[in-house]
Design a protein around this ligand. Structure first.
Ligand SMILES: C[S@@+](CC[C@H](N)C(=O)[O-])C[C@H]1O[C@@H](n2cnc3c(N)ncnc32)[C@H](O)[C@@H]1O
Length: 236
């Protein structure tokens, strides 16, 4: 399947944008901030590095990059204008406007020249894209040689009693809490989309198959999120 994203995703994120940050913190018990911090730490950015954050939403990864690397420059792209609006306001309030630019773009058609960025991040975004090969190819194209990729995504814990407990929370309780604060079906779609996402070793293989090297993955918080890292090969 080529050049496809899941059709309702854009309008879904436009609709939940005002509640997105609040529900993220509540439903993950603030673990999401820790996961983003670790993802950014994995980038090994050069001084004044250029970072592209794809599916940047309300800008949390972009802001974390600047917290860790105040001399970096971040471009965030997302196709939900409402998420971007909230992100721009947060960035303005934190005084990071000179270091971060958020603009509308589709992950499948990134409006950048090849070899533009030292690092590319995507947090909780790749799961919402149907044509993941095309997205990974776009990331590869836009990265400089030796540039680093960090993909942060939700997962489910491995088989065992914890998995049963987690799935009870994830499939039954989370949609109820999400529904209390947002009338949208997003918090029913969330567990379904996580369950449909490939397991960590399969997705790591997919990243590798698009040309990335040193591909690795690391589970966070008992396996409820996974950080995938890889690198575009340096020029030989
Ligand atoms: C779960 S949010 C993650 C936002 C942010 N990265 C974070 O860490 O909170 C997923 C975001 O991906 C965006 N998105 C999904 N598919 C996209 C695509 N094909 N192109 C651009 N943005 C996309 C949505 O609009 C939404 O803002």
């Amino acid at each position: 399947m080529k050049n496809k994203e899941i059709p309702f995703v854009q309008s879904m994120f436009d609709a939940i944008a005002p509640r997105y940050d609040f529900l993220n913190r509540l439903l993950s018990l603030r673990q999401d901030t820790l996961w983003r911090r670790r993802a950014v730490r994995s980038l090994q950015l050069p001084e004044k590095g250029r970072v592209l954050d794809v599916a940047c939403g309300t800008g949390d990864v972009a802001m974390e990059v600047i917290r860790q690397h105040p001399r970096a420059w971040v471009t965030g792209v997302d196709f939900s204008e409402k998420m971007l609006e909230i992100g721009r306001e947060k960035i303005r309030v934190c005084g990071m406007g000179a270091s971060i630019e958020l603009k509308p773009a589709n992950a499948l058609h990134l409006p950048f020249e090849e070899n533009s960025f030292d690092a590319i991040t995507i947090a909780f975004g790749i799961r919402n894209i149907q044509d993941r090969e095309k997205a990974l190819d776009e990331f590869y194209r836009c990265l400089k040689p030796a540039g680093r990729l960090a993909v942060l995504e939700l997962a489910t814990p491995p088989e065992g009693p914890l998995r049963k407990l987690y799935l009870l929370y994830f499939k039954r309780i989370l949609p109820l809490i999400g529904g209390l604060f947002s009338s949208n079906f997003a918090y029913t779609y969330l567990p379904d989309s996580v369950m449909a996402f490939p397991g960590p070793s399969d997705f790591a293989e997919k990243i590798q198959s698009r040309g990335f090297q040193n591909v690795a993955f690391r589970p966070f918080t008992l396996g409820v999120a996974t950080l995938y890292t890889g690198q575009k090969p340096p020029i030989a």
